[in-house]
Write a protein that binds this ligand. Structure first.
Ligand code: ZN
Length: 304
């Protein structure tokens, strides 16, 4: 009798928490996508990002714990193009979860409908190691955050059509908030429009276009190929000739070459955040741009 009561109690606990109440388990490649997924999904979503914000998103070590997460996920969100080409396919293969494979309802390619920059007319290894389908760092244009959010919303509605109104309300709130933030960033940056800078890696064209910078050249001779002495010499000449005094770099690149060039050209090296979580205080997609705009302005002011 006692045992029957215990079993009945367990059944009562289990039944109401079954599928309808369960949160959608979302795994994303980058923290930016996880933050947007949680913003659109609200309390009906649990999102986990494989890469941290201070890690190089081109190269991530595939840990067994990621495979476990993916094997249990309802949804997978990827930046797409070829950003994660080196590490996502082996993880998805090992996870053996049909629900999140390309073409399945739980697969979300966040790059759908993004107006891509730098799409090559011909794909050739000469362009460098990476970026063969267009520049994949598109989340660095805050307007693209809205497109990413819509792609994630579509994925969530495929899995939970009954919650569509809830996801749409969250999406709308995010778009309104983001638009307000964008206005603020544009105003702050307007005195520095078209300031020339040098970057380490070609990862800022979307940010450059939106915020109104002029990235003249890169310390990497080709995307994904570390700086060479001849490239650094070329950049030093360029910076002197064009009066450029700011070098931007992501937190996961070694700063030595940027610092060397900066010493020769009396320039500022500014480490910008390339993802949510790049630094401790960058907890949201809004923080990401707040941080970058503020640090750029500081560097421009010092360089003057
Ligand atoms: Zn890149």
């Amino acid at each position: 009798m006692k045992r029957i009561l215990v079993m009945a109690a367990i059944a009562l606990l289990v039944i109401p928490t079954a599928d309808a109440q369960k949160k959608v388990s979302v795994v994303t490649t980058l923290p930016d996508l996880a933050w947007i997924a949680e913003t659109v999904g609200g309390d009906r979503v649990d999102a986990f990002a494989i890469a941290t914000g201070y890690q190089d998103p081109h190269f991530v070590d595939p840990k067994p714990s990621y495979i476990v997460k993916l094997s249990r996920a309802d949804m997978f969100v990827t930046v797409g193009l070829d950003l994660e080409a080196g590490w996502v396919p082996p993880l998805l293969n090992s996870a053996r979860n049909d629900k999140i494979l390309k073409g399945a309802p739980g697969y979300v390619d966040a790059s759908v409908n993004i107006p891509l920059l730098e799409v090559p007319t011909s794909v050739s290894r000469e362009q460098g190691d990476i970026h063969a389908y267009g520049n994949p760092h598109y989340w660095m244009d805050p307007e693209n955050g809205k497109i990413i959010a819509r792609n994630i919303r579509d994925g969530l509605v495929r899995l939970r059509p009954q919650d569509a109104a809830y996801f749409d309300a969250n999406l709308q709130k995010f778009e309104t908030e983001l638009s307000e933030h964008i206005k603020g960033w544009e105003e702050k940056m307007s005195p520095f429009k078209n300031t020339k800078v040098i970057a380490y890696h070609n990862q800022w064209p979307y940010f450059e276009q939106h915020i109104g910078l002029d990235i003249v050249d890169f310390l990497e001779p080709k995307p994904g190929i570390p700086p060479t002495p001849s490239q650094l010499a070329k950049i030093i000449g360029l910076m002197k000739a064009q009066d450029i005094h700011v070098i931007i770099i992501a937190p996961y690149y070694r700063p030595d070459s940027a610092e060397l060039v900066a010493r020769r050209t009396d320039a500022q090296v500014v480490t910008l955040a390339s993802s949510v979580g790049a630094f401790k205080d960058i907890k949201s997609y809004y923080d990401l741009f707040d941080y970058n705009v503020d640090h750029l302005i500081q560097a421009f002011s010092k360089a003057q």
